[in-house]
Design a protein around this ligand. Structure first.
Ligand code: ATP
Ligand code: MG
Length: 656
């Protein structure tokens, strides 16, 4: 813990200091990935609290994911500023709603609906419609979009046309489905994710007494990832603020990746117009990534069009050089997954911690083939969005046991001889048959062990930050994390979608499945949609501290057609075939690896200099050592399957 408020400012550059010390009035930070935006606002809060200018309980910091919120709370504690509320919009709203609901509406808050798409499917059935999976996803997305843009069903068709939305069905039909869906929710007494914000906005708007109470509690607001705020979230923020301007926002228009859900960088870019007196700070030093990674990131963004292009922020790496990013082409997806897993294995064998490695993909359906390959290679992994961690049976049981032990404290013989917090936790978990040694093999027993091991590690981390913490403090921490759905870190390689990876960083990042049709995704058609896909690649590239690997496969399954092409977003980042002797490009010396621009001219792929992973040679040749598997066919109709989800079920999505 820094020994003075000024010591909190150590480790910040002059611009970051300007952010941290501008404690009054509106502040806006516009800066690219890895420039220390999140660090600057975290230190700003800590500095304000330590200097006695901000009361910890009066600050509400809003982050994009529960994990980011948890990380910020942990960091604030390390800086000596515990007690600040760091939450997502959703969890902050949910807490307020739960608190005020009995007084404003009466009774407990309705249950949150878990399977929204299922409810939409029911709405369709009621209307005599049958939607396939893609249509269901699209209609569900449209309803969400309508809600976060505060569009009622009657206005949906006109609003969707204005916003240039590609409506999956006839807009009038989508509007009817929206109406029926809302009706179904009312009938069942449930609310959805968007309702949490809508209801909070409604209560704050209609009940001045409630609004006053919330406003007297929160005096200062800080919003991270402000480029992805939705109109509904902005409305909530405005209601929290009232007529005050005690707001600090940070964002990067180049990382807007949620506009398909109604988020917009307009608020970030319009901040200065709205608050003419705002302190505006730009950061350009990239502290996260090596010059090679930064060079590639700048290259991806250099081709951007539209708004992000106009607000492009060129990054300057502050780190020493590292390995060149590698770019590998594989014959098929299983080969790509196996090649990636081998590469990951080698990194771990060379000393990189599994938790410092991530495999990122465009859609969650891509994860399965990687899960399999990593398991085959004996690599531990975790799926990002282990959001349901606290709902697991073993975690709930362990929580109850810890709570019991915390209550009886020193009188419990169980805790005799367990002098520190982690030992106490181990002692309590031993009553649940947990041992420090993992059980042999995989499966349910191993999963259960991993969950409890994660709790022990959490206790160790917690005790390291707060050496005087008691078991009761740990239980309070667990409750807090459960409320914020902030699962403890599981030691393992992270598998995550590009969307879920936002704001995070790893030493080594593998961006996989970079083909046309996946990135950009098939349903991205308009220029705005394509640009958002490009920004996703930018977000992916900028997650890497030093090791970055990009790859794609020419066909889904072994022996497949092989007609896929690498993503257009990498084209031109290094010269085409004629530019082989040009200056080194982002992938190192020109011609040293297969750039997608070379793919059409012989596909002579091989891995980057440092990885030794053989990419597939031209014409569908296999990666050495790749397992030969025949095509997987649908058990019902015999069609060759390509979707990972379908392959797992051995049934195509059209068959019952
Ligand atoms: P993103 O846009 O991806 O969210 P960001 O701008 O929020 O990125 P941070 O996550 O705050 O960036 O910082 C990126 C990395 O650089 C972190 O590891 C952070 O600790 C480090 N860093 C930031 N500023 C400094 C600094 N002044 N000195 C040393 N390291 C720094
Ligand atoms: Mg950040």
């Amino acid at each position: 813990v820094p020994d003075s408020p000024d010591a909190v400012l150590d480790g910040l550059d002059p611009e970051q200091r300007a952010v941290a010390t501008a404690l009054h009035g509106p502040v806006c930070v516009l800066a690219g990935a890895g420039t220390g935006k999140t660090r600057a606002i975290t230190h700003r809060i800590a500095y304000g609290v330590r200097a006695g200018i901000l009361q910890p309980g009066s600050v509400l910091a809003v982050t994009f994911t529960a994990r980011a919120a948890g990380e910020m709370r942990g960091r604030l504690r390390q800086l000596g500023a515990a007690g600040v509320q760091a939450r997502t919009f959703h969890s902050a709203a949910l807490r307020q709603l739960q608190y005020f609901w009995p007084r404003v509406v009466g009774g407990p808050l309705p249950r949150l609906v878990e399977r929204k798409a299922q409810l939409v499917a029911e709405a369709a059935t009621r209307g005599g419609l049958r939607l396939d999976r893609g249509e269901l996803r699209d209609v569900t997305g449209e309803i969400e979009w309508a809600k976060v843009t505060q569009t009622v069903p009657e206005d949906y068709a006109a609003a969707a046309a204005r916003a240039g939305r590609e409506t999956p069905r006839d807009p009038a039909e989508t509007a009817r489905l929206y109406t029926t869906y809302e009706q179904l929710k009312r009938d069942r007494g449930v609310i959805d994710f968007e309702d949490v914000l809508l209801l909070t906005v409604g209560v704050l708007h209609e009940r001045p007494d409630v609004a006053d109470q919330v406003r007297s509690q929160y005096q200062h607001f800080v919003v991270d990832e402000y480029q992805d705020v939705s109109p509904l979230q902005q409305r909530l923020l405005d209601l929290w603020l009232g007529d005050r301007d005690t707001l600090c926002v940070v964002g990067d228009a180049g990382q807007t990746i949620y506009s398909f859900t109604g988020a917009t960088p307009e608020y970030l870019l319009g901040f200065r117009g709205r608050y003419p007196g705002a302190t505006v700070v730009k950061l350009v030093r990239d502290y996260r990534s090596t010059p090679q990674v930064v060079h590639l990131a700048n290259g991806v963004l250099a081709q951007a069009r539209g708004q992000a292009a106009a607000h492009r922020l060129e990054l300057v790496s502050q780190r020493p050089p590292g390995p060149d990013p590698s770019c590998t082409e594989y014959a098929d997806e299983p080969a790509e997954a196996e090649g990636t897993a081998r590469h990951v294995r080698r990194l771990i064998d060379s000393g990189v911690r599994p938790s410092e490695i991530a495999v990122l993909y465009r859609v969650n359906a891509q994860s399965e083939v990687y899960e399999q390959a990593l398991a085959d290679a004996g690599v531990p992994y975790q799926l990002r969005g282990a959001e349901r961690f606290f709902e697991r049976v073993e975690v709930r049981e362990a929580g109850a046991a810890l709570r019991g032990a915390a209550r009886f404290g020193a009188n419990d013989t169980l805790l005799d001889g367990a002098v520190d917090l982690p030992s106490q936790v181990r002692a309590v978990l031993s009553t649940k048959n947990w041992t420090p040694q993992p059980p042999a093999g995989s499966g349910a027993a191993r999963d259960r062990w991993e969950s409890l091991a994660a709790l022990v590690r959490l206790a160790e981390d917690f005790a390291a930050v707060r050496p005087d913490a008691s078991l009761a403090d740990l239980v309070a921490e667990l409750d807090e994390r459960a409320a914020a759905q902030h699962a403890p870190t599981v030691e393992g390689v992270t598998l995550a979608s590009l969307h879920a990876a936002k704001g995070l960083e790893w030493d080594a990042v593998f961006l996989v499945g970079l083909t046309e049709g996946t990135l950009p995704i098939t349903y991205a058609k308009t220029e705005a949609q394509i640009e958002e896909e490009r920004r996703l690649l930018y977000v992916g590239v900028t997650r890497a501290r030093s090791h970055l690997s990009l790859s794609w496969a020419l066909s889904r399954s072994p022996g497949g057609y092989g007609g896929r092409r690498p993503t257009r977003f990498l084209t031109g980042l290094r010269g085409g075939p004629g530019a082989r002797h040009a200056a080194p490009g982002p992938f190192g010396a020109a011609g040293s690896v297969t750039g997608p621009d070379l793919a059409g001219s012989g596909r002579t792929g091989r891995g980057g200099a440092d990885d030794g992973v053989g990419g597939a040679g031209g014409g569908g040749e296999r990666v050495p050592g790749a397992r030969r598997r025949g095509p997987v066919r649908c058990r019902v109709c015999g069609r060759t399957l390509s979707e990972a989800g379908e392959i797992k079920l051995m049934r195509c999505e059209d068959c019952p």
